[in-house]
Design a binder for this molecule. Sequence first.
Ligand SMILES: CC(C)=CCC/C(C)=C/CC/C(C)=C/CC/C(C)=C/[C@@H]1[C@@H](COP(=O)(O)OP(=O)(O)O)[C@]1(C)CC/C=C(\C)CC/C=C(\C)CCC=C(C)C
Ligand SMILES: Nc1ncnc2c1ncn2[C@@H]1O[C@H](COP(=O)(O)OP(=O)(O)OP(=O)(O)O)[C@@H](O)[C@H]1O
Ligand SMILES: [Mn+2]
Length: 308
Amino acid sequence: MLQLTDSPPIQSLSSVEDAYEVCRRVTAKYSKTFYTGTMLMAPAKRRAIWAIYVWCRRTDELVDGPQAQFTSEKTLDRWESQLESIFAGCPVDDEDVALVDTLEQFPLDIQPFRDMIAGQRMDLHRNRYDTFEDLELYCYRVAGTVGLMSTTVMGIDTQLQTAPWSQQQQLDPTPQAIALGIANQLTNILRDVGEDARRGRIYLPLKDLAAFDYTEADLVAGVVDERWRALMAFQIDRARRFYAEAESGIGLLSEDARWPVWAALALYRQILDVIEKNGYDVFTQRAYVPSLRKLLTLPSTLLKARVL
Ligand SMILES: CC(C)=CCC/C(C)=C/CC/C(C)=C/CC/C(C)=C/[C@@H]1[C@@H](COP(=O)(O)OP(=O)(O)O)[C@]1(C)CC/C=C(\C)CC/C=C(\C)CCC=C(C)C
Ligand SMILES: Nc1ncnc2c1ncn2[C@@H]1O[C@H](COP(=O)(O)OP(=O)(O)OP(=O)(O)O)[C@@H](O)[C@H]1O
Ligand SMILES: [Mn+2]
């Protein structure tokens, strides 16, 4: 598991190549979907995403990982200081070396990284969300921000920027990048309802539960009945609407980024299909897309990347 080092800075940090290899291994281990997406990318962009993935994973692990019980606001303050150091070109530990190198090649803005930490601060103090608007802010912070980081690395199609008709078109894919992050986070929340409830967290908006006459006690008990199925169908439909919004922005990305993003979108969205196939029982079984199914999905995403 990833650990945030409390020890004094390591004197001899790893080489850039070794740091990227660590990031590659961590991405492959913790997210087969995103690792698959990165393997469709050009090498420089692929390893930059690995470096960002590891920073995001370490940030999430502070509040979600095995050391979470020791994490306080001060821990996140220290992590934010380490972030400032990285953006100043000064790595503190081995994994930072890869992100420092990435920052030398891609003009990443520090704000989405700060917003991600703000999202983790919400997880420190909050384990219920009354409305979808409350939840949407959380999803922006922990996932929409990843869309912004990733888009900077993948790049926007400059030919579109100079086309004669470009003034009339929306050429900035920021809203769609954020939408894909939110869609992924909503999917992750639906997949992990049982796991999160066992840790005392309910991300599903309480107003949504009430609208389907389903209680927090039902959720903690893992009740799967007509009320639960209707509530989950409503949640899945909303997540799919965010995926649909994201799709409209992929064509604005650099050509070499479109297939990886179509692939990552399609693979993650398939988790929703598996939840439906499992009868919405996210309490006793974890919905996942088998590796073969992931591979069989790739050709159709390549076609979409070329045509749409
Ligand atoms: C192919 C590609 C560019 C992928 C980006 C990979 C990346 C940098 C992901 C970081 C994910 C991460 C660890 C974030 C920390 C907080 C967190 C855990 C967020 C949730 C991710 C779940 O990750 P995982 O499945 O590994 O977690 P489990 O432990 O298995 O639960 C999230 C669901 C957020 C994921 C959000 C994204 C990957 C953003 C996607 C958006 C884009 C790539 C923008 C595309 C651009 C346009 C115009 C559509
Ligand atoms: N956090 C987890 N808890 C339990 N099982 C997991 C977890 N992560 C992955 N698995 C198991 O690993 C296998 C692959 O699942 P999955 O594709 O979701 O892994 P992953 O690497 O987390 O992918 P992604 O995060 O992109 O969805 C499945 O058997 C799944 O049950
Ligand atoms: Mn995972």
